[in-house]
Write a protein that binds this ligand. Structure first.
Ligand SMILES: [Zn+2]
Length: 270
């Protein structure tokens, strides 16, 4: 009888272990965490000729750009602008003074710009102005950044890439969550000419990954979606997995909180 009692206790204690063993959900082994890849905040939103943003799409958290800019009023999504302020300070410390020339553009503005360009160019799309709905500027995360000399010129061209400010951005912008959205070696993929001045905020984890692996946003999007599809095909449930992660207790809050609100860390104290 006593033996049976201990057997039952042992089984009860082992149950959670068996429970985990039966759970054959695949292991998440992509170098970026699932909550970031889920793109709930839209920082990975892709806008191009094949992925048109809706006419009515406008980000909800636009803020007025206070970072150094040419005359005019500009807006960006808050996370992008916060990161931009940090990046401008760091660039300045390295002797590079940067200016915002263009930031968020509504669908309507893009529509007007595109048609003006077509009219000027005898109806031919030369790849310099994005099709309405296809502009990275409509996401509120894309912007054009120049040095002082180029703010004094009428147009832009890839000669800017030779200037130290452009080189500083190419080398460092990922540290602040930005990528050069339209790279020289990705023109076939992005469908847009090389624009060393056009930055796109994607968050630091993704920017670092895209920089290190030389991926355009198009390529990264394809890879991200393929990984999620494969995760589901291997028996995972990506949405449920993300949901479970968001409901887990904060891993940084390991201590219990006492009545005074102080974390109890006495376990590690003498
Ligand atoms: Zn641009």
């Amino acid at each position: 009888m006593r033996r049976l009692f201990f057997l039952l206790i042992a089984l009860a204690l082992l149950c959670p272990v068996f429970g985990q063993a039966e759970d054959d959900a695949p292991i998440w082994d992509y170098p970026i965490d699932p909550l970031t890849l889920r793109n709930a905040e839209g920082y990975l939103t892709l806008a191009n000729r094949d992925h048109l943003l809706d006419k009515s799409y406008a980000p909800e958290d636009l803020v007025t750009v206070t970072a150094r800019h040419i005359s005019g009023k500009f807006q960006l999504r808050k996370a992008a602008h916060d990161a931009l302020l940090l990046m401008f300070d760091a660039a300045k410390e390295d002797g590079c003074t940067l200016y915002v020339k263009s930031a968020y553009r509504s669908y309507q503005t893009q529509y007007t710009m595109y048609n003006n360009r077509l009219n000027k160019n005898h109806g031919k799309d030369d790849g310099w102005v994005s099709y309405p709905g296809a502009s990275d500027h409509q996401t509120g995360l894309g912007l054009d950044v120049l040095n002082y000399a180029w703010t004094q010129k009428d147009g832009m061209n890839s000669d800017f890439a030779r200037d130290k400010e452009a080189q500083w951005m190419a080398a460092h912008c990922h540290e602040y969550g930005f990528v050069i959205r339209y790279q020289e070696d990705k023109q076939e993929i992005t469908g847009i000419n090389f624009e060393p001045w056009h930055l796109r905020y994607v968050g630091t984890a993704c920017a670092k990954y895209m920089f290190e692996n030389n991926l355009s946003l198009e390529e990264f999007t394809e890879e991200r979606l393929a990984y999620i599809a494969d995760f589901n095909a291997r028996g995972g449930d990506f949405d449920a997995y993300c949901k479970a992660l968001t409901t887990l207790p904060d891993p940084t809050a390991t201590g219990q909180v006492d009545g005074d609100g102080d974390a109890e860390i006495s376990f590690f104290q003498p």
